[in-house]
Design a protein around this ligand. Structure first.
Ligand code: IPE
Ligand code: IPE
Ligand code: MG
Length: 249
């Protein structure tokens, strides 16, 4: 996957309001397939292809962290043939793209649970994350077998297991126990295909994220659409509870 050479990268210093961390709920593959008279797995295949474009756009725009929702803990409830196709596609994505992603400086991370995931796929995910751990052009955080509530349950269990004293429990501490531990919260969450819900995605981390929803289906979400999302974000005022005057003055 050709991302962007150093000289092609847009200068990001001085560009106002580029979100550091963008998260995307990549939704609408099934409807895209239906529109094109294709089986649902074909929609997912085109969805995976589309990741190349969006990764390229991220590097170009100067986004530092991209979190993508690839498979939720609830998606196991889909028909087996579709779940199997999604697992195969993730494995193929790693096989085909790892060398290129690594050479472009992409650090691949996984958030979610590898328990219950096919052993071969789990091994590939672990080896991709280990191999790219030193990279720093872009952090690609893949939410796979991810559930926001499950993440909170796991954090609470670890906090209890480690015997953290009650007085030490702060918002910062809980954030550190999330899968996203050392990363800043997402500035912008994009959802494609028009659904107005969070579907168990980053429910702790999104407390002050900006939301952007487009009716465009994920396989059609291109660089221009990504740019439009960033432009819309740049024009927003994030008040974090304050008044406009406080923020602008
Ligand atoms: C998103 O597309 C991909 C996954 C959830 C894995 P969908 O498969 O949810 O597409 P729609 O919502 O049915 O159109
Ligand atoms: C959310 O999409 C999960 C991913 C994009 C991986 P869904 O299509 O599963 O969400 P719901 O079921 O419509 O809320
Ligand atoms: Mg969907």
């Amino acid at each position: 996957m050709a991302l962007m050479t150093k000289s092609e990268q847009a200068p990001t210093e001085g560009v106002p309001n580029v979100p550091t961390h963008v998260a995307i709920i990549m939704d609408g593959n099934g409807r895209w397939a239906k529109q094109h008279g294709l089986p649902r797995p074909e929609g997912h295949r085109h969805g995976v292809e589309n990741l190349r474009r969006v990764l390229r756009a991220c590097v170009q725009e100067g986004v530092k962290i991209l979190t993508i929702y690839a498979f939720s803990t609830e998606n196991w409830n889909r028909p087996k043939y579709e779940v199997d196709a999604l697992m195969r596609l993730l494995e193929m994505f790693i096989e085909r793209e790892l060398d290129e992603l690594d050479s472009q400086g992409v650090q691949i991370r996984h958030i979610g649970d590898l328990e219950g995931v096919n052993l071969r796929l789990a091994r590939k995910i672990r080896s991709a994350t280990a191999r790219t751990a030193h990279n720093n052009t872009l952090i690609l955080n893949v939410a796979f077998n991810y559930g926001g509530r499950k993440e909170i349950v796991q954090a609470v269990k670890r906090i209890v297991r480690e015997g953290v004293p009650e007085d030490n429990i702060t918002e910062e501490l809980i954030s550190r126990y999330m899968y996203t531990g050392d990363l800043p919260d997402p500035d912008l969450i994009i959802r494609t295909s028009g659904e107005l819900r969070v579907s168990n995605f980053l429910i702790w981390q999104s407390s002050y994220s900006e939301f952007y929803v487009t009716p465009t289906l994920w396989p059609d979400f291109d660089q221009n659409e990504f740019h439009l999302a960033l432009e819309t974000y740049a024009a927003r005022t994030r008040r974090f509870g304050k008044t406009d005057d406080q923020v602008n003055g």
